[in-house]
Write a protein that binds this ligand. Structure first.
Ligand SMILES: [Zn+2]
Length: 419
C-alpha cells in the first residue's frame, strides 16, 4: 500500500512554474531535521479556470524532483474530484481527494440506516474516547440522524474510490475524503460516525478533511475562536485514533486541513495538537504561491511590475464575476479596494507591501486584505494573458522563486512543523 508520510504539505501554483521553489522549502525543513513530504495539488475547478491538464502538475513535480535531487517521497493530488471529473486524473495522480460534500444530507434509505445502527451499537450511549476529557452521550435517535445525513455521501465516496482502484489498482494511491466545502462544521461525534461509515464502505482512507469551526477565507488569516478550534482539532485527532483501533482504519490516518492558505493564527494550535497525540497532519496551502508570484513580479520591477499592475486592473474590472464562485470563502469590502489608477502609481515595494501577508514584516500596516483576496481569485486574468504572462514570469524567476520559497518555509512549514 502506498503510504502517506506523517507530515505532509499540500502545495501548488496556478501555472505549474513553482514546483522547484516549493520543493526547496521542504529541503530547508529537512535541513532542520524534519521531513515534510510535498504533495502537489490542483483541483479540477482550477484546471478548468486555467485551461490546464492534470498531467502538467505531474510533469512539473517530476522535473523539480529531478532538478533538486529529492530522494524522499512526493505525491500529486487530484484535489476535489468526483465521479464526473476523476478520469483524466487517474494516470498522473497518486493521491485522490474525493469530494462528497455536495452529497451531505441527501436522503438515505431507512433500511440502510437501520442496518448501520444494528451493526454499530457501540456508537450508542456513553462514548468514551481516549484523549477527550468528557464522554459524549448519544442516543439511537441522534446517531440515526447523523448516519442518515452522511450515508449517501460516504456511499458516493466508496463508488469513486472503487472506480479509481479498478483503473489504477488497489494500493497504488493515497485516498482522502473531503467534506470541507459545506456550510456547517462536523462535530467530533459526527466525525466518528463518518469514519464508521467509511470503514463499512472499505475505503482505505489515509486523510480526511472535515469542515472545522470558523471561517477559512482564501488567502487571509483564520476568522473565528482559536481556542474553540484548538479544542475541536484535538478532539478530532482523538476520534481518528479511536477509529483506527475500533474500525481497523489505516494506522497513519490523519487530518487534512484545507487551509485556503495562510491560517497563521491556528498553526501553533495545529502543531501542539498533533504533537500531543503523536499524530501526523496534512495541510493544504497551495493558493499562497500564486500571490508570491505576483509579489516577485512586482519586486522585479519593469515588465514584471507592469504585469502585476495589469493583473490588478483586470481583476478590479471583473471583480464581481471573479468573486462570485468563491462567495462562501471571501469577504471583500469593494468600497475599500484602491482604484487601478492609484495602484498604477505604486512602486514595486508598495505593491509587494500591500499584498504580502506577513504579520512579522515591519511594513505589515501597508497590508491590504481586500487587495489580497481580490488578487487571490484574479489568476484567471493572468491565465487570459497566456504566453505573455508566462514569459515575463520566467524573466522574473529570481525574485519570484525567492519569495515562493521564503513564504512557504518561513510562514508555513516553520510554524506548522518546526517551531
Ligand atoms: Zn478543500
Amino acid at each position: 500500500m502506498l503510504q502517506l508520510s506523517k507530515y505532509s504539505i499540500g502545495v501548488g501554483d496556478r501555472f505549474a512554474h513553482q514546483a522547484a521553489p516549493q520543493l526547496r522549502a521542504c529541503m530547508l525543513a529537512q535541513d532542520q531535521g524534519i521531513d515534510v513530504i510535498p504533495v502537489w495539488n490542483k483541483s479540477n475547478r482550477e484546471h478548468m479556470f486555467i485551461g490546464s491538464d492534470p498531467c502538467s502538475v505531474r510533469a512539473a513535480a517530476d522535473a523539480a524532483i529531478k532538478q533538486l535531487g529529492w530522494s524522499k517521497p512526493y505525491h500529486v493530488d487530484a484535489d476535489h474530484i468526483n465521479l464526473d471529473t476523476v478520469d483524466r486524473f487517474v494516470v498522473p495522480s497518486d493521491f485522490f481527494t474525493i469530494d462528497v460534500a455536495h452529497f451531505i444530507g441527501q436522503p438515505a434509505d431507512t433500511a440502510d440506516v437501520e442496518a448501520f445502527l444494528t451493526r454499530h451499537g457501540e456508537l450508542i450511549g456513553k462514548l468514551d474516547i481516549a484523549g477527550i476529557p468528557e464522554a459524549f452521550h448519544t442516543t439511537r435517535d441522534s446517531i440515526s440522524r447523523i448516519a442518515a445525513k452522511y450515508f449517501i455521501a460516504v456511499r458516493e465516496a466508496g463508488k469513486i474510490y472503487h472506480h479509481i482502484a479498478s483503473r489504477r489498482g488497489e494500493g497504488t494511491f493515497i485516498t482522502e475524503v473531503s467534506m470541507d466545502e459545506t456550510d456547517a462544521p462536523q462535530s467530533p461525534p459526527e466525525l466518528l460516525v463518518i469514519l464508521a461509515l467509511i470503514a463499512d464502505e472499505k475505503i482505505p482512507i489515509q486523510t480526511i478533511a472535515p469542515k472545522f469551526t470558523g471561517r477559512f477565507n482564501k488567502g487571509v488569516d483564520y476568522v473565528g475562536d482559536v481556542a474553540r478550534f484548538a479544542e475541536e482539532f484535538e478532539s478530532d485527532i482523538a476520534v481518528l485514533a479511536h477509529a483506527i483501533k475500533r474500525y481497523g482504519l489505516s494506522a497513519n490516518l490523519k487530518l487534512s486541513v484545507h487551509s485556503g492558505s495562510d491560517k497563521f493564527s491556528i498553526y501553533s494550535a495545529i502543531r501542539r495538537a498533533y504533537r500531543k497525540f503523536d499524530a501526523g497532519v496534512h495541510v493544504k496551502t497551495a493558493g499562497t504561491s500564486w500571490l508570491e508570484e505576483l509579489i516577485g513580479l512586482a519586486e522585479a520591477g519593469g515588465d514584471g511590475l507592469s504585469l502585476a499592475k495589469e493583473v490588478y486592473t483586470e481583476s478590479y474590472a471583473h471583480r464581481e464575476e471573479l468573486c462570485q464562485p468563491y462567495a462562501a470563502v471571501i469577504d471583500i469590502d469593494y468600497a475599500k479596494l484602491p482604484p487601478p489608477s492609484q495602484v498604477a502609481r505604486w512602486s514595486g515595494e508598495q505593491y509587494a507591501d500591500a499584498l504580502r501577508h506577513d504579520p512579522a514584516c515591519p511594513h505589515f500596516d501597508e497590508f491590504d486584505k481586500n487587495v489580497r483576496q481580490l488578487l487571490h481569485v484574479g489568476f484567471k486574468m493572468a491565465a487570459k494573458m497566456g504566453d505573455r504572462y508566462l514569459r515575463i514570469l520566467e524573466q522574473s524567476e529570481e525574485s519570484v522563486s525567492r519569495n515562493v520559497t521564503h513564504n512557504l518555509f518561513a510562514r508555513h512549514l516553520k510554524p506548522l512543523f518546526i517551531d
